[in-house]
Design a protein around this ligand. Sequence first.
Ligand SMILES: O=c1[nH]cc([C@@H]2O[C@H](COP(=O)(O)O)[C@@H](O)[C@H]2O)c(=O)[nH]1
Length: 335
Amino acid sequence: MSSSALSRLANLQRHFHHSEKGGSDGMARGLVKISPDVSDALLRGSAVVALESTIISHGMPYPQNLETAKEVEAVVRENGAVPATIAILDGIPCIGLSIEELERIAQLGTRAQKTARRDIAHIVAIKGNGATTVSATMFFASMVGISVFVTGGIGGVHRHGEHTMDISSDLTELGRTPVAVISAGVKSILDIPRTLEYLETQGVCVAAYKTNVFPAFFTETSGCKVGLTVESNRVCAKLRFYYATIKLGLGTGVLIAVPIPKEHATSGSLIESAIQRALKEARDKNITGNAETPFLLARVNELTGGASLASIVITLVILVTLELLHNDGGAESAS
Ligand SMILES: O=c1[nH]cc([C@@H]2O[C@H](COP(=O)(O)O)[C@@H](O)[C@H]2O)c(=O)[nH]1
């Protein structure tokens, strides 16, 4: 990442921080531990990219999860930004983890509590260990002034959600927290058309990278259209819509989805069949609620070795994010 790109992101972060943070921010900040790296980068106003930890604890087995987490952080660093993996350890929300802390969350695996927004207070109160989902990670990123968050797949409306009301709090978080979430879309374990409808209801602008169709993580397309296409090298491409969201004080996040590259599409289709099988098993075993996503993801990984493809996809999403930031002039208008 060039120094001008870094300073653009820095401008954005400063703007974000000043315009969105109220007087209670200082107080809230005192309740979290920010790693020296992240703290230094935020003070200097340099680029910080938030990363979630549920993907480490519940997304893959140990030690593959640790290796992936380290690789993902390394990709962010190699591109000139500072990674801020977020987790709650012994009741303390940590923004940016040391190698030991990363190792700890990876070893805890599913013994760490999957922590969405509604679980944060409980985990803090019992001094527990929580792996943050997209909603909780967005909450903490926003609290300390980190504006960009990269992840694999976000949660959404579950299949049969029209009966169960099982809708991930990731979607309501996107409607209330002004962070740019960049992901490989939504896995087809979920009801993607309803997920996009629900994001519209929440007022969330959804964009896709170099395409007008929303990707489904393992496959390039979900068949659903999005209203906005971003590209790094076109004038309309840039992240301007996100900066406009911040400047106007809309208060919502934005979602940018990056499709899997063509060369991985075949293995993606194989994984799709495993997803169908895992969905049936979840129904047969009556696995619902917040246990459903981890069950489906673990089962798909077991059936296919999907975890290695997942880590390739996440790395790609990070590279695209940094490329978008690198080529983007829009942040200047946010400063
Ligand atoms: O493809 C994925 N979807 C979802 C998750 C995780 O699951 C959470 C959503 O869970 P739920 O559906 O219970 O809200 C996400 O925020 C994320 O942490 C994931 O790792 N990979």
